[in-house]
Each structure stands twice: as structure tokens, then as C-alpha cells.
Design a protein around this ligand. Sequence first.
Ligand SMILES: NC(=O)c1ccc[n+]([C@@H]2O[C@H](COP(=O)([O-])OP(=O)(O)OC[C@H]3O[C@@H](n4cnc5c(N)ncnc54)[C@H](OP(=O)(O)O)[C@@H]3O)[C@@H](O)[C@H]2O)c1
Length: 162
Amino acid sequence: MKSIVAVDNNWGIGKGGGMCVSLPGDLKYFREQTMGKIIVMGRATFETLPGKEPLSGRVNIVLSRNPDFQRPACIVCRSMGGLFKVLESYNMEDVFIIGGEAVYRQFGPYCNAHLVTKIDGAFDADRHYENLDERGDLELVWESEVHNDGGVEYRFTEYRRK
Ligand SMILES: NC(=O)c1ccc[n+]([C@@H]2O[C@H](COP(=O)([O-])OP(=O)(O)OC[C@H]3O[C@@H](n4cnc5c(N)ncnc54)[C@H](OP(=O)(O)O)[C@@H]3O)[C@@H](O)[C@H]2O)c1
């Protein structure tokens, strides 16, 4: 299982229920990485998707403890155990944890790879990702060149388990 996330210089990932900044190049990268795969997200992140609709071309799995929460074309899981049961039907290499903070926190320890878009900025975020540079069991294995969308610089990186 992998995770995919965009962070600022302080590992901030979101503010006020949304993303800190929207970068077309990062959205394209996210789409390329996850297309045809299984994406796992928390209910709060699901609510931020355009039209509150599942992302096309992917198996959308949403975590919610609310027994009434159901959405068309989504698999809803009520617990970590329930999710792992569902994931038995899939190749774990194709599973992407896509947020938000609560879900990254729970599933980060199970991820062999973390695809981290590092945005050069500090956005007063209220949601954060774990600082992977403080994890002794991970190493930074790849960094892209710097990209620039509307004056905001960022690079794609990958951390892998040693
Ligand atoms: N920068 C990025 O790459 C990125 C990516 C994704 C999201 N984000 C940001 O992250 C923020 C949202 O993060 P968040 O931590 O507030 O919410 P979240 O992780 O998206 O969703 C939390 C919800 O997921 C459900 N949930 C979590 N763990 C569960 C479990 N073990 N079993 C069953 N249900 C579970 C619960 O839903 P119920 O309340 O329905 O029970 C919980 O309230 C937003 O600001 C968003 O924009 C950023």
C-alpha cells in the first residue's frame, strides 16, 4: 500500500476542510498515479471531491463510522478491520491512501511508499502529515525537478521503506 499527499514546508496538508493550495500539475500527477487503482479516503476528504462524487476510473473506498453513510459507486468501510477485509480482494501494490490527516495517520505505518508533493510555502494549515524525515525506517529515494504553477514551486518526491 502507498500513500499520496501534497505537503507544505511544515508538512501541512489542509486548512478549513480544504486543500491549502490547488496546483494543476499536482492534480495531473495524482490522476496519473491513481488512475485504474484503488483509492482509500476518509469521509471528510470524500466531501471535498468535486461534486462530492467518487473519482472516475478508480475504485473509491470511503471510511466512515456513520452507519447511515452510503454513496453510489463507493465502497464504504466502517473500521480499519473492515477495510483490510475488503482489500484482500485487491493487489496491495495498487492501493493508495489519499487522506486526510486522520486516515494518513492510521494507515501511514502500513505504507511501503509515500508519494509526497513538496510545496515550497507555509500555509497556516490545520491538518498535517507525519514528518517523514523523522522516520528512521524510511528513505527519500527520488525527487523530481522543481515545477511551478502560478508562481508556486513544488517537486514530487518518493519515500520508501529501507
Ligand atoms: N494535501 C493533501 O494531499 C490532502 C489530501 C487529502 C485530504 N487533505 C485535507 O485533509 C483534511 C481532511 O482530513 P481530516 O483528518 O479532517 O479528515 P479525513 O481523514 O479525510 O476523514 C476523517 C473521517 O473519516 C472517517 N474515519 C477515519 N478513520 C476511520 C476508521 N478507522 N473507521 C471508520 N471511519 C473512519 C470518519 O468519518 P465519520 O465522521 O463519517 O465517521 C472521520 O471523521 C482536509 O483539509 C483536506 O483538504 C489534504
